[in-house]
Design a protein around this ligand. Structure first.
Ligand SMILES: Cc1cc2nc3c(=O)[nH]c(=O)nc-3n(C[C@H](O)[C@H](O)[C@H](O)COP(=O)(O)OP(=O)(O)OC[C@H]3O[C@@H](n4cnc5c(N)ncnc54)[C@H](O)[C@@H]3O)c2cc1C
Length: 297
């Protein structure tokens, strides 16, 4: 029996684990991929306090893991497939094992939104900037999305690719001013406003892209068998398995202690119903959840 089981080893989950462990509790983190979560997969981490210059998602995640293991946190790499939240003992089922815990912290964030268009699964689509970017040296790349994360990855890709086209549904980029200012300093970034990628065609690999102008409905086909498509079109909360909770727009409502409507069940980070989704807020949520969960057991 654990005191605290945490689902997800992103910034929220790791923060919760470190605080829970510091209170002398038996803590387990269950992670289906790797420590770091979403931020571990991005080119550069910006704005979080005390990051090093040009901090990459990879090095940031490595330090998170080092800190957690150094604090004695137990991390198991298992995919949680079911969680029974009601009752005094929380039951967690993974693809390998099942666990029991006095309290549970749901910190399993969100997943990249699928576009739901034909050809989305072709090779060359839904790429990851730091991992796949170097394969597109001097080539054309398309970044789908105009919010902060998308534009940040576009700026990184502009240092590698021949040309970067940011395809955004809005009339102009929907990102922070700092990134807008940086975009204009790059001669190889184009913006395709009020547009969507509506289909990808190819034989196994992307060969043609179909873009639709959302104002006029006009479609254009771009033939480019060497291009790469990087999709950053928002996230969808990973709440599908939490059928016992009432959700708000798919997210988990919590009180100021990060507790859900079910006693002993907390949530932290991007999975919560809230306004700002950043590393800073995920880490803060995790700290509160870890401390409050520890106080219950
Ligand atoms: C492109 C992009 C760039 C960004 N850049 C920045 C930035 O520079 N600065 C900043 O402050 N914020 C940035 N953000 C936001 C930041 O990444 C998130 O706010 C933060 O990662 C949220 O942390 P989290 O721990 O709540 O969730 P996540 O980071 O999403 O972590 C959730 C973890 O849970 C795991 N998981 C999911 N389901 C299961 C399951 N069933 N079983 C086990 N494990 C599971 C996942 O594998 C993942 O590791 C960016 C976001 C994006 C999309």
């Amino acid at each position: 029996m654990y005191d605290i089981v945490i689902i997800g080893a992103g910034p929220a989950g790791i923060s919760a684990a470190i605080y829970g462990k510091s209170r002398g509790k038996k803590v387990l983190v269950l992670e289906k991929k790797q420590v770091g979560g979403l931020i571990g997969t991005v080119s550069t981490v910006t704005h979080y306090t005390a990051i090093v210059q040009e901090e990459s998602g990879k090095t940031f995640a490595e330090r998170m893991k080092e800190q957690a293991l150094g604090a004695g946190v137990e991390i198991r790499y298992e995919n949680v497939i079911e969680a029974k939240l009601t009752g005094e003992t929380k039951k967690i089922f993974t693809d390998k094992e099942h666990y029991e815990s006095k309290t549970l912290i749901l910190a399993n964030g969100g997943s990249g939104r699928m576009l739901g268009i034909p050809g989305e699964n072709l090779k060359g689509v839904r790429l990851n900037a730091p991992k796949d970017g170097p394969d597109y040296k001097g080539k054309n790349v398309y970044v789908i999305g105009g919010a902060d994360g998308a534009v940040k990855e576009a700026l990184y890709l502009a240092g590698i690719a021949g040309k970067v086209t940011i395809v955004c549904v809005e009339d102009e980029l929907a990102c922070i001013q700092e990134f807008k200012d940086k975009v204009v300093t790059h001669g190889n970034i184009d913006i395709m406003p009020h547009s969507s990628l509506t289909a990808v065609y190819g034989n196994g690999r992307v060969e043609e892209l179909e873009f639709t102008d959302n104002e006029t409905g006009k479609k254009q086909i771009v033939k480019d068998g060497e291009c790469g498509v990087f999709v950053y079109a928002g996230i969808v909360p990973n709440t599908q398995m939490y059928t016992e909770l009432k959700l708000a727009g798919g997210y988990i409502p919590v009180d100021s202690s990060m507790q859900t409507e079910i006693p002993g069940v907390f949530a932290a980070g991007d999975i919560c119903a809230k306004k700002v989704r950043q590393v800073a807020t995920a880490v803060a949520d995790g700290a509160i959840a870890g401390i409050q969960a520890a106080a219950m057991c």
